[in-house]
Design a protein around this ligand. Structure first.
Ligand code: NBX
Length: 820
């Protein structure tokens, strides 16, 4: 019997074949002969999951037995992408599974494509959370990720006449083999209602939150497989459900339909991810989402603390660290205070001490429009007790540390207050996050400096030791081993294995830049990926592109600060030059865009339309003769990124200096041997330090120059009038040439001119065009270009999320590594 049980989970070809066929027959009820591709994908995933679950149980047991501290990562977003191939490679059974399936007449590479992307995030912040989960398991750190089990992830993008149209992303309509329901850990969450002050028999006051509405949270666990490690942590996502009791009462009162309506309302809470990546919606449902998942997660953490040990509350922080991924889960701070003070009857000051020791906060943006605030009126209605607690935190802070440091200074108090008083009272979630935690970090060195100097100068003055930098990273497993196995193998052949888990070893590849035969192999791999991407482009856009052209890539959310329109203006100007000079000798280029715009962001959508309109002209103009192609790949996301990144020659990282907190696409592209054209912004600054100025194209205003220019009074018309190239490009773009309607791109033109060009596109244009001319020239010397590309791959070991996570573990969470 035992032998049989062990046999079922062996990592041999035969054992896998048995597992897969068993799942086909007994779990899915399918005949092997007639099973669909999707059935095969599900059965294979379940076979892998069986093997992984055992390790998950073992990891949990060991963490509990050793009583170690765990980190709890709280994030409203996780952009996981597909899981099957990643899990197979991390678990070290990819080749075995490929063999097993091939013996059954199936192609693993085709099956993995059947998996829909798990796209529960908007962009960088959500993908960072996914990379961190991978690194936490790989580095053997005890961790749990908490988030929301959205029924619909980020919308699917289509183009209709060049314009973005959004469709729902029903990623789990057919279920998902990776998630496991945990009904025994269901939680109840309270909302709305009122707070009554009551007194006990000793005349001591306490607060009761009553007449609330209840929601249930059902947890779904997704195992996170580390690479070359036995640790399997879980990602626990909460699904909102109606409280059965509540429905039952309504039902008994005779209103069956009403009961179902309540159920439907309750379930909207985890229905859909908000699609904004840089502006706050201010919507009630969003606040409810935030509190719902925070309350479920904290209750789960407290349950584990109380169940596992009989320790005093003062020991809570020694067992649980909680990381806030931006301010979206910041309501966790008053929630933990409520649990400790109202339910556990701790003294305020002891509760506050526990809170600060437990929480730490990562800031991801300096953009004012992205800083979260909640109207006090809304907050009071949804979370009346939490608002009281926030007021009390604020009172103690202003009367305590602020008064002591700046006695009688009302201006300072206004600046530092958790409540913004001007223009309708608002709760400042960033201030709450800094105050309620022991560490606040930025995500790149420049960003952290600006955080201290510009966003939180007074907090920095009060609590300088709380601030630190933790430069972002990406997992080299997904962003090299999975998406570029050919390059991964070449690296391993050249410098041995080990670099995938210790990225500092990658530097050993540097000397191969001078080896002509290595360069040839490196180039052949890149070309192979370009051929594959050309086919995808042909299929999805109907345009044929040459794999010998320079593939120039800008893939990221669409936002003015990221300046896709700067790229576009340069394309328009090249197009003009080719028409003006039919024999123009330029390096053939394919400009590739991938980006979703927030559905309500009209200017971003106008830019998308403009790129598509220019593409339609350029790609079909015989005068261009294939020298330029412009491609907008629809529905950009993790899976298509895995195809584009290995095929890129040039990586566009051209945000206005001071606006991009870090960027992580910049790291993925450099790792895969693309050269960066970029500003001195975010992590570009550190990429420059690592690869050296001779292997990167840096241009444009610095943060200081941007500040100075704005202070002087920036006038985009000066640049318009001074540069004929720029003037003609803008006017042509805004003419009727591209769409037949001269008003179509007026919003874009106005933003650059009459609306003041807030992101300094005009000011940086000439320097950008000059830098692009350098790129054009450099690409002609292929031997040299390949050398530069190899130096990029070899020198970006710093940007592994393993390094980032180990820094968090050491400097913020004080976590031990635990071998399972
Ligand atoms: O976080 C991004 C930054 O813009 C990047 O520079 C950085 O590399 C990345 C990881 O640190 N921020 C981001 O993606 N923000 C959001 O997606 C977002 C989502 C919802 C929201 C506000 C911002 N309400």
């Amino acid at each position: 019997m035992e032998a049989l049980a062990n046999c079922a989970v062996l990592n041999t070809t035969d054992s896998l074949k048995l597992s897969i066929t068993n799942h086909l027959r007994f779990t899915l009820g399918a005949y092997i002969e007639t099973a669909s591709e999707n059935d095969w994908y599900v059965a294979t995933s379940l076979a892998v999951r069986d093997r992984v679950m055992e390790r998950a149980t073992q990891s949990r047991r060991q963490h509990r037995a050793q009583g170690v501290r765990r980190v709890h990562y709280l994030s409203l977003e996780y952009l996981m992408g597909r899981l099957l191939e990643n899990n197979l490679r991390n678990a070290g059974i990819y080749d075995t599974a490929k063999q097993a399936l091939s013996e059954m007449g199936k192609d693993l590479d085709a099956l993995v494509q059947k998996e829909p992307d798990m796209g529960l995030g908007n962009g960088g912040l959500g993908r960072l959370a996914a990379c961190f989960m991978d690194s936490l398991s790989t580095m053997d750190l005890p961790a749990i990720g908490y988030g929301i089990h959205y029924e619909f992830g980020l919308f699917r993008q289509e183009f209709v006449n060049g314009k973005q149209v959004e469709h729902p992303d029903a990623w789990m309509r057919d279920g998902s083999p990776w998630k496991i329901a945990r009904p025994s850990y269901r939680q109840t969450v309270h909302l709305y209602g009122q707070v009554i002050q009551k007194f006990d028999e000793f005349g001591q006051p306490h607060h009761e939150w009553m007449d609330t509405k209840c929601l249930l949270g059902l947890p779904w666990d997704i195992p996170i497989v580390g690479y070359d490690s036995n640790t399997v942590n879980v990602l626990r996502l909460w699904q909102a459900q109606a409280d059965e009791d509540f429905n039952f009462k309504v039902f008994n009162e005779g209103s069956y339909i009403e009961a179902l309506r309540e159920k439907a309302i309750a379930e909207t809470v985890s229905k859909v991810l908000y699609p904004n990546d840089a502006t706050e919606s201010g919507k009630e449902l969003r606040l409810v989402q935030q509190y719902f998942f925070v309350a479920c997660s904290l209750a789960d953490i407290v349950r584990r603390f109380k169940g596992g040990y009989t320790l005093p509350w003062s020991e809570f922080p020694s067992k649980a660290a909680v990381q806030l991924n931006d301010t979206h889960p910041a309501v966790a701070i008053p929630e933990l205070m409520r649990i400790l003070v109202d339910e556990e009857k701790l003294e305020w000051s002891q509760a506050w001490d526990i809170c600060q020791k437990t929480f730490s906060y990562t800031n991801h943006t300096l953009l004012p429009e992205a800083l979260e605030t909640w109207s006090v009126a809304l907050f009071e209605r949804v979370l009346p007790r939490h608002l009281q607690i926030i007021y009390e935190i604020n009172r103690r802070f202003l009367e305590g540390d602020v008064e002591a440091r700046w006695p009688g200074d009302g201006e300072k108090k206004r600046h530092l207050s958790l409540i913004e008083e001007s223009g309708g009272k608002k709760v400042r979630m960033a201030h709450l996050s800094v105050l309620g935690s022991h560490a606040t970090n930025g995500v790149a060195a420049l960003h952290t400096r600006l955080l201290c100097e510009r966003l939180f100068p007074e907090f920095f003055e009060l609590y300088p030791d709380r601030f630190l930098n933790l430069t972002n990273g990406v997992t080299f497993r997904r962003w090299l081993d999975v998406c570029n196995p050919e390059l991964s193998s070449l690296i391993t052949e050249s410098i041995g294995s080990g670099w995938l888990k210790d990225s500092s070893k990658l530097i050993q590849l540097d000397r191969f830049a001078d080896d002509a035969s290595f360069r040839e192999k490196f180039h052949a791999i890149k070309r192979g990926h370009k051929v594959r991407l050309a086919k995808i482009i042909q299929d999805s856009c109907g345009v044929s592109v040459s794999p010998d052209a320079l593939f120039d890539v800008q893939i990221k959310r669409l936002h003015e600060y990221k300046r896709q329109h700067l790229n576009l203006l340069h394309i328009v100007s090249l197009y003009r030059k080719i028409i003006a000079n039919p024999n123009l000798d330029i390096t053939p280029r394919v400009f590739i865009f991938g980006a979703k715009a927030a559905p309500g962001y009209y200017l971003a959508k106008n830019i998308i339309h403009a790129i598509n309109a220019v593409a339609a002209k350029v790609n079909h103009d015989p005068r261009v003769d294939g020298r330029l192609k412009v491609i907008y790949i629809p529905n950009y996301g993790v899976s298509i990124a895995e195809r584009i990144i290995p095929a890129a020659d040039l990586s566009e990282q051209i945000s206005t200096a001071g606006k991009e907190a870090s960027g992580t696409g910049n790291m993925k592209l450099a790792l895969n041997g693309a050269l960066t054209i970029g500003t001195l912004d975010g992590a570009n600054v550190e990429i420059l330090e690592e690869v050296g100025p001779e292997n990167i194209f840096i241009f444009g205003l610095t943060v200081e120059e941007v500040t100075e220019l704005n202070a002087r009074g920036y006038n985009p018309w000066d640049y318009y009038n001074a540069s004929e190239e720029l003037r003609l490009s803008i006017d042509w773009l805004a003419s009727d040439y591209f769409t037949g309607n001269q008003d179509e791109f007026k919003p874009l033109r106005d933003s650059l001119l009459s609306h003041g060009d807030p992101f300094l596109v005009m000011a940086d244009y000439d320097k950008y065009a000059a830098s692009q001319a350098e790129v054009d020239k450099a690409y002609r010397d292929q031997a040299h270009w390949q050398k530069m590309a190899i130096h990029n791959t070899a020198r970006v070991g710093k940007f592994s999320s393993d390094r980032t996570i180990l820094e968090y573990a050491k400097n913020v969470w004080k976590l031990p590594q635990v071998q399972v």
